[in-house]
Design a protein around this ligand. Structure first.
Ligand code: TYM
Length: 327
């Protein structure tokens, strides 16, 4: 059975971008693949979280994973920092990762701009840690959103480089995966860029109805179409992207027709969209509440997951050590 790995940083609650970019694929893939889904708590250290928030943030994501339908009987769910072998592989990969290529990655440049007082080596080597997460289980598929494409390219490059350097075929080159055919980017509702925590434009899976409706009704629109069948400007296309992922085909087609004959009323579209988002998130929110209160269960799942993940990680690291020349 082919192996799949993916992770999410525990920096707050999960949002619709995380769900449609990654988690929806996790839930589908767990039935067909040997899956490892983890919580990337080491990665979150690049922004210096408070010690007391570390354990709680990991539990939050764990509860949300379960509420979305990731099943610990089918997939291995673990916390990154419980599998120390990842760090050893991170070190080996770093020895063959070059300053120039790390500095050129878009996320590094972006982060360096966002936090100029804290441009740390962890930010620079973020792609090698991510590659170590994936290669430690020798994964072939990685369900991620479009924003991770460059990191995935780096992971493939590091895998290839290791194989070439030691003339082995240890690491497969991992491919990005999405439940649709192409990489997904969920937009923000503020008319700009992607939905992201640091951009403050998220709809969270845990968000209450009132707040969701308010955010959707406030979404940016324009004056409306004047020419039939015209191309949609970005802010309107964003709303249709949301309709496409949470509403029925009929609803989507209804508003598409209204757009095409220039009779669309954005107020109606947003009302329907808010309704459909709420219908989608409500049951997830209820399950998040149930799991969040059951810390004993969460800790048990994390422990069992760590044991299973370590079994696989130890096998890879033993091979790597042998190949590199350590006894
Ligand atoms: P993170 O924590 O930023 O996001 C987690 C997942 O959610 C996806 N995502 C989106 N997809 C579509 N549209 C959006 N607006 C959107 N926002 C977030 C991300 O693409 C991602 O799949 N580097 C990773 C975490 C990581 C990882 C890994 C992932 C660490 N090691 C190994 C895969 C494999 C990150 O920061 O994701």
């Amino acid at each position: 059975m082919e192996t799949v790995v993916s992770g999410i940083r525990p920096t707050g609650n999960l949002h619709l971008g995380n769900y449609f970019g990654a988690i929806k694929s996790f839930v589908q893939m767990q039935n067909e693949y040997n899956c490892y889904f983890f919580i990337a708590d080491w990665h979150s250290l690049t922004t210096r979280p408070k010690p007391e928030s570390i354990v709680n943030s990991a539990r939050t994501i764990l509860a949300e994973y379960l509420a979305c339908g990731i099943d610990p009987e089918k997939a291995t769910i673990y916390i990154q920092s419980d599998v120390k072998e990842v760090l050893e592989l991170y070190l080996y990969l770093n020895m063959n990762a070059y300053l120039g290529e790390l500095e050129r990655t878009t996320t590094f440049k972006e982060k360096a701009r966002q936090q100029p007082d804290n441009v740390n080596a962890g930010l620079l080597t973020y792609p090698t840690l991510m590659a170590a997460d994936i290669l430690i289980h020798r994964a072939v598929k990685v369900p991620v959103g479009k924003d991770q494409e460059q990191n995935m390219e780096m992971a493939r490059k590091f895998a290839r480089r290791f194989n070439n350097m030691y003339e082995v075929e240890l690491f497969p080159e991992p491919a990005s995966f999405s439940f649709t055919d192409k990489a997904i980017k969920i937009p923000g509702l503020d008319g700009s860029g992607k939905m992201g925590k640091s951009d403050g434009n998220c709809i969270y899976l845990y968000e209450d109805e009132k707040s969701i409706r308010k955010k959707v009704m406030k979404a940016v629109t324009d004056a409306g179409p004047t020419v039939p069948n015209s191309e949609k400007p970005e802010v309107i296309q964003n709303l249709f992207t949301f309709l496409d992922i949470v509403s029925s085909k009929d609803t989507y087609n209804y508003f598409e027709e209204k757009w095409n004959d220039c009779s669309i009323r954005y107020g109606d579209l947003k009302k329907q969209l808010a309704e459909d988002i709420v219908t989608f998130t409500n049951p997830i929110r209820e399950r998040i509440e149930e799991y969040t209160n059951n810390t004993e269960l969460l800790d048990k799942i994390a422990l069992q997951g760590a044991e299973k993940a370590r079994e696989s990680a130890v096998k890879t690291i033993q091979e790597v050590r042998r190949i590199i020349g350590f006894k």
